[in-house]
Ligand binder design. Structure first.
Ligand code: SF4
Ligand code: SF4
Length: 189
């Protein structure tokens, strides 16, 4: 219990805080009418990425599912065939689900992914009015087809074998078609 003097002044000091705040700039965010950008590396909804020809980067290895501490990912891999190819390797993710009722957006799954198939976007509006719609299927997570991409299944367009394909994905065609310059030996005559 304070002194009589403190008991008298405390409410007045409290109202002083209220009075001062009345003249400060309002910081209320007008969400959802005005959305502020997130930090660039904010962990939002996941995305399953594609190679430049549209084939999927996911090889159905399940490492993301094993890394997940919340058991939020379910993957079923399957084998590609020459007639029906979804990814450039042997396997692809036939079933891919993320349960956003469980996911804590920690990002351990994207660290575990060996092909950078799985990354996270900045999208944070993941609420819904029923539980079923919060289990995202592969079709919800796949990156959109950009110009030059083709909806799988289709053959590997960037090169016939693995080496040519991955070189084609990372090195521009103009560089590949140019002969490599002779290495400089540093010896002058
Ligand atoms: S972000 Fe974390 S909790 Fe969510 S699916 Fe990935 S590993 Fe699991
Ligand atoms: S997203 Fe990555 S870690 Fe997960 S199954 Fe596909 S390739 Fe493997």
């Amino acid at each position: 219990m304070g002194t009589i003097k403190e008991d008298y002044w405390d409410p007045i000091a409290g109202f002083g805080v209220t009075f001062r705040t009345m003249f400060r700039k309002v910081v209320t965010e007008q969400y959802p009418f005005e959305k502020l950008p997130t930090a660039p590396r904010f962990h939002g909804r996941h995305q399953l990425n594609r190679w430049p020809d549209g084939l999927e980067k996911c090889i159905g290895c399940e490492l993301c599912a094993w890394a997940c501490p919340a058991d939020a990912i379910y993957v079923e891999g399957a084998s590609n065939t020459e007639e029906e190819r979804f990814s450039p390797g042997e396997r692809y993710g036939r079933v891919y689900q993320i349960n956003y009722l469980r996911c804590i957006l920690c990002g351990l799954c994207i660290e575990a992914c060996p092909t950078r198939a799985l990354t996270m976007t900045n999208e944070y509006e993941l609420a819904d009015n029923n539980r079923a719609d919060l289990i995202y299927e592969k079709s919800d997570l796949l990156a959109p087809l950009l110009p030059g991409m083709e909806q799988p299944p289709h053959p590997m367009r960037l090169g016939a074998d693995d080496k040519a394909y991955y070189l084609g994905a990372f090195v521009p065609e103009s560089v590949l078609s140019d002969p490599l310059p002779e290495p400089e030996t540093g010896v002058t005559s």
